[in-house]
Write a protein that binds this ligand. Structure first.
Ligand code: ADP
Ligand code: AMP
Length: 214
């Protein structure tokens, strides 16, 4: 199964991705996670991406596409994958199409998670992430059992630099201008599934599975 998760920042893409990749045994490719790992490790890529991320802007297309292309060529992607947070511009989507065509494969489904702006801000500002394993929590909607300690691995849970109300607002503006046009792009290709992301986490997952015919 080759899937793309589409939706504004804070919609619940990473949360749903964790369930979906487990169910279908496919790799989870989150460009945001790849950039955060590189920032943490102080690599050249991390240094390139950090300023854009902190300002809520998109990292340039050529940088992101090259990373995803390399990742998709790895062996674990041969039977399927889930892309989360990529593509984010029409140009990225067109380049993804040509990479996949060269590989002789195509996207099966694009899952769009629909959530209104006020909910997005509340979700992103309350989001907490495990520094060690990347598990996602929310101070109200998915709290850790012990304060600031990851339920999965016992790592330290932190708030992302770009999860302030100001930066999230900027990221939503960027989403509307740059990423929202992908809804039309993929609906023309008849591969789009839309889910109501305002519902609780498990109901959203149930709807996604049903739409995938599971
Ligand atoms: P995205 O990857 O789209 O930016 P996340 O999956 O990280 O979004 O979710 C953003 C925040 O909202 C996280 O703190 C997560 O725990 C919480 N969250 C995700 N889905 C829901 C939901 N359906 N209801 C309530 N909170 C949610
Ligand atoms: P995310 O974890 O998906 O919220 O992404 C965090 C940040 O990483 C974004 O605000 C961008 O700065 C950068 N980023 C992630 N994915 C992409 C992408 N596909 N294109 C450009 N920038 C990206």
């Amino acid at each position: 199964m080759r899937l793309v998760l589409l939706g504004p920042p804070g919609a619940g893409k990473g949360t749903q991705a964790a369930y979906i990749v487990e169910r279908f045994a496919i790799p989870h490719i989150s460009t945001g996670d790849i950039f955060r790992k590189n920032v943490k490790e102080g690599t050249e890529l991390g240094q390139k991406a950090k300023d854009y991320m902190d300002k809520g802007q998109l990292v340039p297309d050529e940088v992101v596409v090259a990373i995803v292309e390399d990742r998709l060529k790895e062996k674990d992607c041969s039977d399927g994958f889930l892309l989360d947070g990529f593509p984010r511009t029409v140009n990225q989507a067109e380049q993804l199409d040509s990479v996949l065509t060269k590989m002789g494969v195509e996207i099966d489904w694009v899952i769009n998670i629909n959530v209104k702006k006020e909910t997005l801000i509340q979700r992103a500002v309350g989001r907490r992430i495990c520094r060690n394993c990347g598990a996602t929590y929310h101070i109200t909607f998915k709290a850790t059992k012990k304060e600031d300690i990851c339920d999965v691995c016992g790592g330290e849970v932190y708030q992302r630099n770009d999860d302030t109300e100001e930066t999230v607002t900027k990221r939503i503006e960027v989403y509307i201008k740059e990423t929202q046009p992908l809804i039309e792009y993929y609906s023309k290709k008849q591969s789009l599934i839309t889910t109501d992301g305002e519902q609780d986490i498990h109901k959203v997952y149930k709807d996604i599975l049903a739409a995938l015919g599971e």
